[in-house]
Design a protein around this ligand. Structure first.
Ligand SMILES: [Fe+2]
Length: 376
């Protein structure tokens, strides 16, 4: 239920809003109210039309009143100017980090994910927006989900991805579909084992999500595994706080080199990237793609120790969810959170997939939530 306003008090250049429920009061500067007035937005584009820099530093109001039984706040500005009206729902939804989707993150280990592996059925997923929302909520909560019962064709795979967002283009193309042919200079294109990692450590904006669909699996081995690196972060923060802190500080460079095509991508960021509020925002780890870089000797040794702590947890079977991907099951996972890996295999295996951008999937979920009348 949307909270209602109880009272508004002007204190100098600020107002204080008291709510009818137990939440703490909200303080907003008059300057902010003028700058964010809904009347100052373009009605269609929702872009700001008000000239922020023409608003005087010292503002005065003729009247500020709680209206509509607490459901709104009306502001009449001294010296003219269009009056402002803010809904209580809007004022109650304000957050310091509006771009971060509110989600109930549930980290997991092998035993916690066993028996409650998230999935949705293909037919419902393709026909119902509510099922797409359910799928995306599962990914927001645990970092991955499956669409089950998908036809093992490139068209169906791309249609599943298209229900979420458009495909990201990279040096590997958009939609990819390959066997072990070393078409690109990467172990993903071999039948060798690939240890737990995230993709795109060499990209400034690593792919937010990755989708896999195994279109043919006439092979032995090749089991996939997923690890919740947010759980690893929790463990390290508790049991190895110095290692954890180091991995939030040292920006590790990643690189991808394909000399034949004239490609040399590089980017760097800490293995555990925290946001401005100190919350874990992204995990980046691919030891194969780490580029040479130096630290002062003592810190270098500490770095190797911290990296070894992380790597040991990645390879701890009690933290790994294992599943052999077979035709029909499309996996979508959060590449900023969940590490993926694959055992070596012999035989024929055809894997297809796409990358999706972080903000595009979040946009889809935000709009599905808004349509369902939920907080975004
Ligand atoms: Fe990968």
């Amino acid at each position: 239920m949307t909270p209602t306003l109880r009272e508004v008090t002007v204190r100098g250049q600020d107002i204080e809003l008291a709510w009818s429920d137990a939440r703490p009061a909200t303080t907003l500067p008059l300057m902010w109210l003028r700058d964010n007035s809904p009347e100052g937005l373009h009605p269609d584009t929702k872009q700001r039309l008000v000239d922020t820099f023409a608003i005087p530093a010292e503002l005065a109001t003729r009247a500020i009143t709680v209206e509509d039984q607490g459901r709104g706040l009306a502001v009449e500005w001294a010296g003219g100017g269009q009056a402002s009206y803010f809904s209580a729902a809007f004022l109650a939804s304000l957050r310091a980090d509006p771009e971060v989707l509110p989600v109930r993150v549930r980290t997991w280990d092998r035993d916690q994910i066993a028996g409650r592996v998230p999935s949705v059925p293909y037919a419902a997923y393709m026909s119902s927006e509510a099922t797409v929302k359910q799928f995306l909520e599962q990914i927001a909560e645990v970092g991955f989900s499956f669409v089950e019962g998908v036809p093992a064709t490139p068209e169906a795979t791309q249609a599943v991805a298209g229900r979420v967002a458009y495909t990201r283009q990279t040096i590997f193309g958009g939609y990819w579909d390959f066997t072990a042919n070393l078409e690109h200079k990467d172990t993903a294109y071999t039948s060798m084992a690939i240890g737990p990692h995230t993709d795109g450590t060499y990209s400034l904006d690593a792919p937010g999500y990755q989708m896999f669909h195994c279109l043919a699996a006439e092979c032995t081995g090749g089991e996939n595994l997923l690890v919740d690196a947010f759980r690893i972060a929790e463990i390290m923060r508790r049991d190895a706080p110095e290692d954890f802190r180091l991995l939030t500080e040292v920006a590790i460079p990643g690189q991808y080199i394909d000399e034949g095509r004239g490609i040399h991508l590089m980017a760097r960021r800490p293995l555990f990237r925290l946001d401005a509020a100190g919350q874990l925002a992204q995990v980046s780890y691919n030891n194969l793609d780490r580029a040479p870089f130096t630290l002062p000797p003592a810190r270098q040794r500490a770095f190797y120790r911290a990296l070894a702590t992380f790597n040991a947890l990645c390879n701890d079977p009690s933290l790994q969810y294992r599943r052999r991907l077979l035709p029909g099951a499309v996996l979508l996972f959060d590449n900023w959170r969940v590490l993926h890996a694959r055992d070596a295999y012999t035989g024929y295996r055809r894997l297809a997939g796409v990358y999706l951008n972080k903000e595009d999937l979040e946009s889809r979920l935000r709009s599905l939530r808004a349509r369902a009348g939920e907080a975004i």
